[in-house]
Design a protein around this ligand. Structure first.
Ligand code: PRX
Length: 638
C-alpha cells in the first residue's frame, strides 16, 4: 500500500436531481421490484446458480463457487459448457433460427445482415478451418480487426473449439501489437487488410506484415479481404492465407468442444498507468453467466429489441456487450464500423432512425463530443424507437446526462450509467430501468455484488465520504489472473486490504440512498490545501457551464497551496476563450463546488489526450505539464 495516507475524499458536487421511472417503463420491465432482486442476490451462490441454469450445459457444475484458493476464485467447477453453443447454436433449434443476429453497417453506408443460422454456418466453417491450421484447445489466436462480421465470427470460432482469443484493437501501433502477440505467445493471427475511417481506407496489412516478422510464435496469418478488391496469391507471404479461400469447402457443421467452466476464454490487454500492459484473463462459464445476466436486467432485453453497443471489439465493452452478451440473449444487434461524427455528427441518430434501435449503449466521451455540435443533428431524426440509453467508461457528468436524456431519449428513456472495468468482465454497479435515476450517479451494485467505500486502512466509510471503491465478494465474470503474472494480480488488486477485497483503483462515494458516485481514478486525485478532491467532480462542474463540452483537470504543484487545479477545457461552438470566460468559469466552479475547488489555471484546447477507447488520460496531461516522461502510451490516441 502506498504510504500516502488519506481518510477519504472531500465531497463537493451537490447534484440533487432525481428522475422516477415512467409508467410504461415499469410496465414493460422484466423485473418490477429491483430491491427484491438485490435481496435475492445476497445469497450469491444461489443467485448466480439460478442464472446459470438458463444456459445449456453439457455437464452441470459440482460446485457453484470454489473459494479454496482466494482470490483465485473459481465458478461452476466440474461443469462443461461451450459459450458459442450458447450464443449461436442453441438458437438454431428455436424460432430465432432465421431471425437476425447481426446487422453490420459501415460509414460508407454498406450493410450486411446475418441470421443466427447464417452466423452459425460461418462460425462452424471458420472453426473447422482453424482446426485444420492445427489450432487446438488452449492455443492463443490473436485477432487484429475492426468491427466487422469476420471479427465476430473469428471470436466465436475460437470459443467453439476452446482456442483463447486475444483481440488487439486495430488502431494500436505495430509495437503495441507485437508486444501483445508475443506476451500471449499467439499461434495464429487473424487480421483484416484494412478498415474505413473518416472517408479513408486505413491499411492494416502493412502493419500486420511488419508485426509478424517480430512474432516468432505466429505460424499462420488468416487475412480477411475487407477493404481491398481482391488479392493475387503472389501478394501474400508464405504464412498468410486468405479467409475466403480458407473457409471455402469447409463443413458448415463443427462439433463444439465442451470446455471446463474455468477454461480460459480470452485474454484482453489493458494498460496500467505504470509498467507493461496487463493481460487480463477471463474464463468461460462465469463470464458467460455474468455478461448475459447483467445485459438482460440492466437493459431490460426483450425479444423485439434492437441492441446497439458502440464499443469496439478491441475493448472489453465490445467483448461483453457488442458480441457475447446480445448473442447469448438471442438479441439482434448492430455492429457499426465508423465513428460518431462522420460524415456528419448526425450519423448515429440517422442509424437509430433507419433501423429502429431500441437500446443504445455508448460512452460519455462520445456524448460530450456530440454535445459540441448542439442538438440540431439529433432533431433531424425520429428517435422515438429508443427505450433505454446507457453509457460506460467514464463519469457521465450530470450535464452530459441531461443532454443525452433530453435530446436523444426525449425524456422517455432511462439512462443506464454502468460502472465496471476490463477486469470485472460485466457491469458491477449500474441502475436498472425501474429505479430512480440521479444524473451523475451509477446507482446501485448489481444483485450479488457487494461494493463498499474504504479508507486507506480498510475501514468502511459512511455515506457522504469518498474513498476507495472496493468489491467485497467474488462475482462470476471476474478476471482470474493476469497472464504470466499472478504476483502483479495480487499486488495490484488484492493485497492492499485484508480478506480478499478487490481494489478497483477508483474513488467513489455512496449517498444516503446507497447510490454510488464515481469520483475518478485514485491516481488522478487532486490535493488542494489539504483537501482531497476527485477529478470527476471538478470536471462535472466545468461541463455544467454552457460554454464547455469537455474538461479535464490535473493537480499542479503550487508553493503555497501544495497543489492547485489546472483545467483543460474544450469549448462548444460559438464561444470565445477570453479572460472574461476564464473568470466566469472559475466563479462557476466555486459556486458549484464551494471555496475549496480553486482553479489555478484554465487552458482552452481543441482535443484532450484520450485512450483509443475514449478515456481521458490525465497522466499524459500531467506529464506534459511538468515535462516528465509520458510512460506507457500504447493506447494513447495520437
Ligand atoms: O475509472 C473507471 C472508468 O473506467 C475504468 C475501467 O476502464 P476499462 O478497464 O478500460 O473498462 C472500461 C469499460 C468497462 C474504471 O476503473 N469507468 C468505467 N465505467 C465508469 C467509469 N467511471 C465513471 N463512471 C462509469 N460508469
Amino acid at each position: 500500500m502506498s504510504n500516502k495516507k488519506f481518510r477519504g475524499t472531500d465531497v463537493l458536487l451537490h447534484e440533487k436531481r432525481v428522475f422516477e421511472p415512467k409508467e410504461d417503463v415499469l410496465n414493460r420491465s422484466l423485473v418490477k421490484n429491483w430491491d427484491e432482486e438485490i435481496e435475492k442476490g445476497k445469497d450469491i451462490e444461489k443467485y448466480w446458480a439460478e442464472k446459470a441454469e438458463q444456459f445449456v450445459w453439457f455437464k452441470k457444475w459440482n460446485k457453484i463457487l470454489d473459494e479454496s484458493n482466494k482470490p483465485f476464485y473459481q465458478w461452476f467447477t466440474g461443469g462443461k459448457i461451450n459459450l458459442t453453443y450458447n450464443a449461436v447454436d442453441r438458437w438454431i433449434e428455436t424460432g430465432k433460427r432465421n431471425s437476425l443476429a447481426i446487422i453490420y453497417i459501415n460509414e460508407r453506408g454498406e450493410e450486411i445482415k446475418l441470421t443466427f443460422y447464417e452466423l452459425y454456418t460461418h462460425v462452424n466453417k471458420m472453426a473447422n478451418a482453424l482446426k485444420n491450421l492445427g489450432v487446438v484447445k488452449g492455443d492463443v489466436v490473436s485477432i487484429y480487426m475492426p468491427m466487422c462480421i469476420e471479427s465476430i465470427i473469428s471470436m466465436l470460432a475460437c470459443a467453439k473449439i476452446g482456442a483463447i482469443h486475444n483481440v488487439v484493437y486495430s488502431g494500436l501501433s505495430v509495437g503495441s501489437f507485437v508486444e501483445r502477440m508475443n506476451d500471449s505467445k499467439s499461434k495464429i493471427l487473424i487480421a483484416a487488410d484494412g478498415t474505413y475511417r473518416r472517408g479513408k481506407i486505413i491499411d492494416l496489412k502493412n502493419i500486420v506484415d511488419e508485426a509478424i516478422l517480430r512474432c516468432p510464435s505466429i505460424q499462420s496469418v488468416v487475412v480477411i479481404n475487407h477493404v481491398k478488391e481482391s488479392y493475387e496469391l503472389a501478394e501474400l507471404s508464405g504464412i498468410e492465407l486468405l479467409y475466403d479461400r480458407l473457409v471455402e469447402g469447409e463443413s458448415s457443421y463443427c462439433e463444439p468442444v465442451w470446455l471446463n467452466s474455468e477454461d480460459p476464454l480470452f485474454i484482453l490487454y489493458t494498460s496500467g498507468s505504470v509498467g507493461e500492459p496487463k493481460g487480463v484473463i477471463h474464463t468461460t462459464a462465469g463470464y458467460m453467466v455474468g455478461v448475459a445476466t447483467t445485459l438482460k436486467y440492466n437493459f431490460d432485453i426483450h425479444d423485439d429489441d434492437l441492441w446497439w453497443c458502440t464499443g469496439d471489439i478491441g475493448w472489453i465493452t465490445g467483448h461483453s456487450y457488442s458480441v457475447y452478451g446480445p448473442l447469448l440473449l438471442g438479441t439482434t444487434s448492430i455492429i457499426y464500423e465508423g465513428g460518431p461524427d462522420f460524415p456528419d455528427p448526425g450519423i448515429w441518430w440517422k442509424i437509430i432512425e433507419k433501423y429502429g434501435v431500441t437500446k443504445f449503449y455508448t460512452s460519455p466521451t462520445a456524448i460530450r463530443h456530440l454535445m459540441r455540435f448542439g442538438e440540431r443533428y439529433a432533431k433531424l431524426y425520429d428517435l422515438s424507437s429508443l427505450r433505454i440509453l446507457g453509457t460506460v467508461g467514464e463519469t457521465l457528468n450530470p450535464e452530459a446526462w441531461m443532454w443525452f436524456y433530453r435530446n436523444i431519449g426525449n425524456k422517455n428513456c432511462p439512462i443506464i450509467d454502468t460502472w465496471w472495468q476490463t477486469e470485472n468482465g460485466m457491469h458491477l454497479i449500474a441502475p436498472t430501468p425501474t429505479i430512480s435515476l440521479k444524473p451523475g450517479s451509477v446507482a446501485k451494485p448489481f444483485p450479488g455484488i457487494e461494493a463498499d467505500i474504504f479508507d486507506d486502512d480498510g475501514n468502511s466509510l459512511p455515506p457522504g465520504q469518498g474513498g476507495h471503491l472496493v468489491i467485497k465478494k467474488p462475482w462470476p465474470a471476474m478476471f482470474r489472473t493476469l497472464l504470466n503474472n499472478d504476483e502483479r494480480f495480487l499486488d495490484t488488486y488484492w493485497n492492499d486490504f485484508p480478506e480478499c477485497v478487490f481494489k478497483s483503483g477508483d474513488l467513489a462515494r455512496k449517498d444516503e440512498d446507497g447510490y454510488f458516485w464515481i469520483q475518478g481514478r485514485s491516481d488522478d486525485i487532486l490535493k488542494v490545501a489539504g483537501h482531497r478532491i476527485g477529478s470527476s467532480e471538478v470536471e462535472s462542474a466545468l461541463v455544467s457551464h454552457p460554454a464547455i463540452s469537455e474538461a479535464s483537470v490535473i493537480g499542479k504543484k503550487d508553493p503555497v497551496k501544495g497543489e492547485v487545479i489546472k483545467a483543460f477545457v474544450i469549448l462548444k461552438g460559438g464561444y470565445k476563450f477570453d479572460s472574461k470566460l476564464i473568470e466566469e468559469l472559475k466563479e462557476h466552479v466555486g459556486h458549484e463546488l464551494g471555496p475549496v475547488a480553486v482553479i489555478g489555471e484554465i487552458t482552452s484546447v481543441d482535443n484532450l489526450p484520450k485512450t483509443r477507447s475514449g478515456k481521458i488520460m490525465r497522466r499524459i496531461l500531467r506529464a506534459k505539464d511538468t515535462g516528465e516522461e509520458l510512460g506507457d502510451t500504447s493506447t494513447l490516441d495520437m
